[in-house]
Design a protein around this ligand. Structure first.
Ligand code: FAD
Ligand code: SF4
Length: 482
């Protein structure tokens, strides 16, 4: 009963964090920061789980509804291969989510042990299970799947498209994934830096997906290299998971000057350098070695930019954010890591203009201090300017990391797919055939439908869309439906 739960909680050992590589290596290279749990760590951290119920709060708060306490229980019992089987029933990239999910806002942030001994280290156990199983040669087994004879094209090899392909393959539907990039992963590969997610992780997954019968057509852009019309005639259905790629502008005078960069082209070119891939002339590698860098924004993308700048050898790196630290949208863990690596923070500042030198290049940024105003009718406090507080922060480079809007999709609209007033694809989220667009043969999910969000929400939508496709095609389901 309740009393025994309370006793159990009181007796639970403290949460343990994974080891990090040495600080000197973090500041100079792009090696992954965290080291996978050892079997001993994974076991002792699993022992802490209280197995709160058949459907525990951690599972409920996970957008994929991962069977967390059940696979943690299998790790306790030393059954890692059974744990990895179970984890793949809901998640085709557990080694990725184990690394990049904001667990502190999802499973771990709601764990019963959160406020006492500390949440169960779900992310690191998930990562351990997958790494251990894959290293031992374990692979998803689709040998019992009965082919349906149906074929689906997937546009975008990001988490939404990959999760859709996985569920289709497990239900005997042939999936072919198209992407304009030379590697799968979408923002997992060309967005999230290697120090959070090593680039070998997605290359390994590409081989695993290929062995599951999923085909990839990389370096192929729909709407340029081939048409959507062509895909519609060759396949029984199409899934669109193309993400959101229009960078929000700061709207500052001087924003077009040399030395002002958008976050994503900076991160993508850097990753290509790390991966030894060719650069494209329109988005060249940006080297910030020896520079004073100011990054505008306070989300995950801003944290990835400041930490990439440090690793490139920037002289000074400052994150300038308009609210206070408590109101930063990014993961707490990553803010702490950025500080450790030498990033400075300037909170409660509003940018006014980019200051230019005589050559017309960036020499600084004019900022105004703000303070939180009186609560409005809804009780929300907005930052308001402090009069006479303007100052110029010297900078050789300014990176704008304010987030992303949907980009234009003319090739999709031409085929009768409706977009909403923000440019997001309209898909049937709650009907029987889920994630179908206004063109019945075309389904969609992930950031392109919900707006820029998370890896795990994109994957959840890709899975739901696959279930919608299976139902619409009348294919008998061979997996448990979410
Ligand atoms: P994407 O990952 O954007 O994938 C879309 C794919 O479609 C891309 O590969 C693109 O090349 C391809 N494509 C687009 N148009 C075409 C076309 N016409 N033809 C062919 N291919 C096309 N989320 C987290 O949960 N944790 C994090 O730590 C995190 N960090 C982030 C850091 C950065 C810098 C950024 C930008 C985002 C981060 N996110 C993070 C958010 C997360 O990466 C996204 O929400 C997620 O990747 C969305 O998945 P998706 O499949 O919808 O789209
Ligand atoms: Fe275990 Fe925490 Fe989930 Fe409870 S909420 S089952 S303690 S991981």
């Amino acid at each position: 009963g309740d009393l025994s739960k309370v006793r159990q909680m009181a007796a639970t050992a403290q949460r343990e964090e994974p080891q990090k590589i040495p600080l000197a290596r973090r500041k100079t290279g792009f090696d992954e920061l965290y080291i996978t749990f050892t079997p001993e760590q994974a076991h002792s951290q699993s022992e802490r789980c209280l197995k709160c119920g058949e459907h525990s709060i951690c599972e409920w708060k996970c957008p994929l509804h991962n069977h967390i306490p059940q696979w943690v229980e299998l790790v306790k019992a030393g059954k890692v291969l059974e744990a990895v089987e179970l984890s793949h029933q809901t998640n085709c990239l557990p080694e990725v989510t184990g690394r990049v999910c904001p667990q502190d806002r999802l499973c771990e942030g709601n764990c019963t042990l959160r406020d006492s001994a500390g949440a169960v280290n779900v992310g690191n156990i998930e990562r351990f299970i997958t790494e251990q199983a894959l290293a031992s040669g374990w692979r998803p087994d689709l040998s019992a799947v009965v082919p349906s004879g149906r074929r689906v094209a997937i546009i975008g090899a990001g988490p939404a498209g990959l999760a859709c392909a996985d569920v289709l393959a497990r239900n005997g539907v042939e999936a072919t994934v198209y992407d304009r990039h030379p590697e799968i992963g979408g923002l997992l590969t060309f967005g999230i830096p290697a120090f959070k997610l090593d680039k070998s992780v997605l290359a390994r997954r590409r081989e695993i997906f290929s062995a599951m019968g999923i085909s990839f057509r990389l370096n192929c852009e729909i709407g340029r290299d081939i048409t959507l019309e062509q895909l519609q005639s060759e396949y029984d259905a199409v899934f669109v998971g193309v993400g959101t790629y229009r960078s929000m502008k700061a709207g500052l005078p001087g924003e077009e000057a040399p030395g002002v960069y958008d976050a994503l082209p900076f991160l993508i070119a850097n990753t290509k350098q790390v991966m030894h891939l060719p650069q494209i002339p329109e988005q060249p590698y940006i080297n910030l070695a020896g520079k004073k860098v100011v990054v505008l924004g306070g989300g995950d993308t801003a944290m990835d930019c400041v930490r990439t700048s440090i690793r490139q050898g920037a002289e000074q790196v400052t994150c300038a954010y308009r609210r206070d630290e408590a109101n930063m949208p990014g993961s707490r863990k990553e803010v702490k890591n950025a500080r450790e690596e030498g990033v400075e923070f300037e909170f409660n500042v509003q940018p006014l203009e980019i200051v230019l030198n005589q050559q017309g290049a960036v020499s600084g940024i004019r900022l105004l201090r703000t303070r939180m105003g009186a609560p409005d009718a809804q009780g929300r406090q907005r930052p308001e300017p402090v009069p006479g507080s303007e100052f110029v922060m010297p900078a050789d480079a300014v990176i704008v990391a304010f987030g992303f809007h949907p980009h234009a999709l003319p090739w999709l609209e031409e085929q009768g797919v409706k977009l909403d007033d923000k440019g997001r694809i309209v898909a049937s989220v709650n009907s029987a055939i889920r994630y179908q667009t206004s063109n019945p043969k075309i389904f969609a999910g992930g950031d392109a439908v919900r707006g820029a969000d998370l890896v795990v929400t994109a994957m959840a939508e890709g899975r739901h869309a696959a279930e919608g496709i299976i139902r619409w095609l009348g294919v008998p389901p061979q997996t448990a439906q979410a």
